[in-house]
Ligand binder design. Structure first.
Ligand SMILES: [Fe+2]
Length: 320
């Protein structure tokens, strides 16, 4: 379907329509960089969803109205934030989700719509994208993925997304607008410390510490509509939007290998609190195995980094 011409396809019985993407391939990989750099280093790529009409604001308002009214399905924050602020900033008093999206050009906000690959209108395009990243990255990714998810990110002109890192492997797909995207090396302890990882995997999603010294070593991408950037797991990043509304996708994946590391960091956080200097994961296989056994019962990354909530049940995407 993704190679079809521009047009509209009705979803049987739903009263909804889905827009067939343009003739451009949804994703290309002429240099083989997806497999070569997978989860090792950030890189830019090109995609076929630039300024696609499916992602116009009225369509995104309608998408938000189809999602369950639960925090697991939408995050939004109003007002100015700095690169050093936590995710909670701008959430205490805020406009409604739909008002925030409708007036995104003027309200200095960010909206993240979650699990959008399950939406009847957006799902076919977003699931195709989820599959393409796995196809280009090969068995090293396919064999490690637990679930994949698509987030739609809607942000105001010049809005900042604070410095943070994520437990998911991420492909940021810029659909409309532009942004300056800063990515930091996740493999050196000068850029992100074991203590920051330990706190994150123990339930502190804003544990990453921004410093001017770290900024000097950032890789900075001038991200325009039609391009994207790969962010390895736990690589810190922060974003400053350009002068227009930005629409982007976060196509991300939970990995089995990260779930194992998360267990070790979770246990190391507790060891450090009682005065023991723990060995980071990846240094000693037998220590890692012991820690996994100790942390048994916390077997999924979802359980480690997300609070237990009574979210409505939903389908998940997994590679075929
Ligand atoms: Fe992120």
């Amino acid at each position: 379907m993704l190679e079809s011409r521009v047009g509209t396809t009705e979803i049987a019985g739903s009263g909804l329509s889905t827009v067939v993407p343009p003739e451009l391939p949804i994703l290309t990989d002429p240099a083989g960089q997806f497999a070569r750099n997978y989860n090792r280093s950030s890189f830019m790529f090109q995609h076929g969803l630039k300024d696609h009409p499916l992602f116009a604001l009225p369509s995104l308002v309608a998408l938000s109205q189809r999602l369950p009214a639960h925090p697991d399905f939408a995050y939004w924050s109003n007002g100015r934030v700095a690169v050093t602020d936590p995710w909670e900033k701008g959430m205490s008093e805020r406009y409604s989700l739909q008002d925030t999206i409708t007036n995104i050009a003027d309200n200095n906000s960010i909206v993240i719509l979650k699990h959008t690959e399950q939406d009847p209108v957006f799902g076919p395009v977003l699931q195709a994208l989820l599959s393409k990243f796995v196809e280009f990255s090969g068995a090293q990714m396919r064999d490690d993925v637990i679930v994949g998810e698509s987030l739609v990110l809607i942000t105001s002109p010049n809005r900042v997304t604070p410095y943070h890192f994520d437990a998911e492997l991420n492909y940021l797909v810029q659909v409309a607008g532009d942004k300056t995207f800063n990515v930091f090396d996740h493999t050196t302890t000068t850029q992100v410390s074991d203590e920051e990882y330990e706190a994150y995997f123990s339930g502190s999603p804003s544990s990453a510490v921004y410093t001017d010294a770290r900024q000097k070593a950032a890789t900075v991408y001038d991200l325009r509509a039609g391009s994207g950037v790969h962010i390895p797991v736990a690589a810190p990043h922060w974003v400053k939007n350009g002068n227009d509304v930005s629409i982007a996708l976060s196509i991300n994946y939970e990995l089995k290998s990260v779930a194992r590391r998360a267990q070790a960091y979770w246990l190391n956080h507790r060891l450090r609190r009682i005065g023991i200097k723990p060995t980071p994961p990846g240094v000693s296989p037998w220590r890692d195995a012991c820690k996994r056994a100790s942390a048994n019962g916390l077997s999924t990354i979802r359980g480690l980094i997300r609070p237990a909530t009574k979210a409505p049940p939903y389908q998940t995407w997994r590679p075929s």
